[in-house]
Design a protein around this ligand. Structure first.
Ligand code: ATP
Length: 455
């Protein structure tokens, strides 16, 4: 990573901590490597992201339904899916520093003892690569023995496959149709790094779209388009996403075709989402191992077959990091007093922004202004996340909102109270974050205007 990119990343991480987006987990005890907590603003941002994904993937479509599977599942699921035997990364141990590293990343991980060198080229004596299973083991019940062993799920997808028949029968859907799920997943990553990009506990947003084998290839292309449109609609333009058509030999053996959607993070171009054509691999595995039918009978053609699957699988945390990286900017501006200043701003799409509108009385010691501002706050609070602020100069209050990406600010001033004549009474100043332009708008029109922007 170049120094410029490193600095940019450090600034984003520091803003996240300072303003309450993301904190290291268990921080007062020294943290836990690869685990993060979302603070008041981070949780709103993540919620807006997941809610919009759910709206686009489930509610707005008649060929999709949702589910919410448990994190703990019968160990047999992980045997059948192949995770118990093959969900591993190759790692090497360094006998000198006792560090453990992902074998495919030693060219880019600095040596803990001599950070000017990468692990691949430092003097430490390294072992040959060995496989390390990434699943967290746990025990269900009071005995910690092998018969009670299972794992924290390393992906949400398997719950969808094993509930395929239940969902099919209860929802009465016909192929093609999909099942969507958002939930936590856990991987004991050998080298968690790059902030929330690679962590040990994270959230996935996954779709398993079931279809006739003849439709698979065409549907993969349709899903690629659909997913690119999604990123565009949350503020990550198409030009910023690289579609990587994974070549033969690098895909999972059962996948006929896979696209990775990649984003240019400050630390390099990295995967945001994988869209894989997984054929009938998963349903077939579970059918064989459980002995239960997971095939499909087409009433019209009288054909019986195991559906094929397209899987768009996105990470909520990675997407959130991409939103932060895309939005972060330090701008040189001339402030209200005519002085040059650096404005830190998060240019979130209004539908993603954690706070939608800041509400300010021009002065805090004028009860009529404060009362009116609170009235507007109460009116809007039931519809969107708002932030009331009366502390400090108005310019500083704008800056505080810019820094957390609030797209609009409303100021109640003397004109609002009718002191500049009846035409401006009950109007407020509405200030837009990116252009910093201000306009007057009647209080009655505020709700309609803001709702249209944030939907
Ligand atoms: P990588 O190659 O980066 O380890 P992967 O190809 O193993 O990722 P998948 O198993 O395809 O990832 O998981 C789907 C999505 O889940 C990824 O595209 C990513 O957004 C997210 N994801 C996977 N592992 C992690 C992690 N350790 N931390 C955060 N998000 C993750």
């Amino acid at each position: 990573m170049s120094t410029e990119h490193e600095t940019r990343m450090e600034k984003i991480v520091s803003l996240c901590k300072r303003r309450g987006f993301i904190f290291p987990s268990s921080e007062i005890y020294g943290g836990l490597n690869g685990v993060w907590d979302y603070g008041p603003l981070g949780v709103e941002l993540k919620r807006h992201l997941k809610e919009f994904w759910w709206r686009r993937m489930v509610r707005e479509r008649d060929d999709m339904v949702g589910m919410d599977g448990a994190i703990l599942m019968n160990r047999a699921v992980w045997k059948a899916s192949g995770h118990e035997n093959t969900f591993s990364d190759p790692m090497v141990d360094c006998k000198t520093c006792k560090g453990r590293f992902r074998a495919d990343q030693i060219e880019s991980i600095p040596c803990p003892q001599k950070p000017s060198k990468m692990v691949a080229s430092c003097e430490g004596e390294k072992t040959e690569p060995r496989d390390f299973n990434l699943m967290f083991t746990t025990h269900v019940g009071p005995m910690a023995d092998d018969s009670n062993k299972t794992y924290l799920r390393p992906e949400t997808a398997q719950a969808i496959f094993v509930q395929f028949r239940n969902v099919l029968e209860t929802s009465r859907k016909k192929l093609p149709f999909g099942i969507a799920q958002i939930g936590k997943a856990f991987r004991n990553e050998i080298n968690p790094r790059n902030f929330i990009f690679r962590s040990r506990e994270f959230e996935q947003m996954e779709v398993e779209y079931f279809c006739h084998p003849h439709q698979g290839m065409k549907l993969l292309e349709i899903w690629l388009e659909e997913r690119l449109r999604f990123y565009e609609d949350i503020g990550i333009p198409r030009s910023k996403i690289r579609v990587n058509d994974i070549p033969d030999g690098e895909r999972a053996f059962y996948s006929l075709k896979t696209y990775d959607l990649e984003y240019e993070f400050p630390f390099g171009i990295q995967e945001l989402e994988g869209i894989a054509y997984r054929t009938d691999y998963d349903l077939k595995q579970h059918m064989t191992h459980s002995g239960k039918p997971l095939d499909y009978f087409d009433e019209e053609t009288k054909e019986k077959f195991i559906p094929h699957v397209i899987e768009p699988s996105a990470g909520a945390d990675r997407t959130l990091l991409a939103l932060l990286c895309e939005a972060f900017e330090e701008e040189e501006i001339v402030n209200e007093k005519g002085d040059k200043e650096t404005r830190t701003v998060l240019h979130f799409h209004p539908r993603m922004a954690p706070v939608k509108v800041g509400i300010f009385p021009l002065l805090k010691n004028k009860p009529a202004l404060v009362e009116k501002a609170h009235e507007i706050e109460r009116m809007l609070r039931t519809h969107m996340s708002v932030f009331y602020d009366e502390a400090g100069a108005i310019g500083r209050r704008y800056r505080r909102q810019d820094e957390i990406g609030t797209p609009f600010c409303v100021t109640v001033d003397f004109e609002t109270l009718g002191e500049a004549g009846p035409e401006l009474a009950n109007t407020v100043t509405l200030r837009e974050r990116d252009s910093m332009k201000q306009q007057r708008i009647p209080i009655d029109a505020l709700h309609g205007y803001l709702t249209a922007q944030i939907l």
